[in-house]
Design a protein around this ligand. Structure first.
Ligand code: AP5
Length: 217
């Protein structure tokens, strides 16, 4: 099943996606790689590749990377064999031109819209901590690592993302409203949209996700 995760910054898309990989494997018996364009950009920045050098200032400011760069990246990723059984696209598409381009090179089965009020976004991003090595998400209040600053899963350094600074968060919310939220109607119009209440604690969001896809009911 080819899935798109839509929703504002901090809605919990990445957190849920890592759990959804396991859920889909068990329910459908097929691997569904979690493909996050944000994570691909952050890893390019960490490695100092030409792509990383090109996009660093854009990510730090909370603006979007240009459509063509992002589309080319996703097109190449979706050409790999591991997506044959399906995939989870987290953070792509983010503009109408990206969605139109995606329709030209891949089928979309469902677009899940993670719905959450702005106040919860600010609370989640304000406390987000991320492992620099494996990318696992923690939260300073809701989901602390056992040892401060150290990832429970791989022992990597847990840090605060540069784009979680308050001014960058405000910019990301503005960009989301003007450029990404129109995708909700885009996919609704195609009969592919499912709303998922992303406000409750993670375990409940997992149940909402399963219900949305008719898994385990
Ligand atoms: P990206 O990495 O995609 O950032 P985002 O969409 O802004 O999403 P986030 O990663 O901030 O949030 P999330 O919804 O995954 O929440 P999370 O699970 O971490 O993109 C970063 C940048 O890359 C963009 O700004 C742009 O510059 C560029 N980019 C990426 N894609 C692009 C594209 N297609 N086109 C152009 N540019 C692009 O959760 C947040 C926190 O809340 C965590 O601490 C977590 O532990 C906690 N949490 C999660 N769920 C819950 C819950 N249910 N209850 C309590 N706490 C929770």
């Amino acid at each position: 099943m080819n899935l798109i995760f839509l929703g504002p910054p901090g809605a919990g898309k990445g957190t849920l996606a890592s759990k959804a990989v396991e859920i889909l494997k068990e329910a459908l018996g097929a691997g569904h790689p979690h493909i996050s364009t944000g994570a691909i950009f952050r890893s390019a920045i960490a490695e100092g590749t030409p792509l990383g050098l090109k996009v660093k200032a854009i990510l730090d400011s909370g603006k979007l990377v240009d459509d063509q760069t992002t589309i080319d990246l996703v097109k190449e990723r979706l050409a790999r064999a591991d997506v044959r059984g399906g995939y989870i696209l987290d953070g792509f598409p983010r503009t109408i031109p990206q969605a139109e381009a995606l329709a030209g090179f891949s089928r979309v089965d469902r677009a899940l819209n993670f719905d959450i009020p702005d106040a919860a976004v600010l609370e989640r991003l304000g406390g987000r901590r991320v492992c620099r090595k494996c990318g696992h998400n923690f939260h300073a209040v809701f989901d602390k690592p056992k040892q401060e600053g150290v990832c429970d899963h791989c022992g990597g350094e847990v840090y605060i993302r540069d784009d979680d600074r308050p001014e960058a968060v405000q910019k990301r919310l503005e960009v989301y409203r003007s450029q990404t939220a129109p995708l909700i109607d885009f996919y609704r119009g195609k009969g592919l949209l499912i709303d998922v209440d992303a406000g409750p604690p993670v375990n409940q969001v997992v149940e909402n996700f399963k219900k949305a896809l008719g898994i385990g009911i």
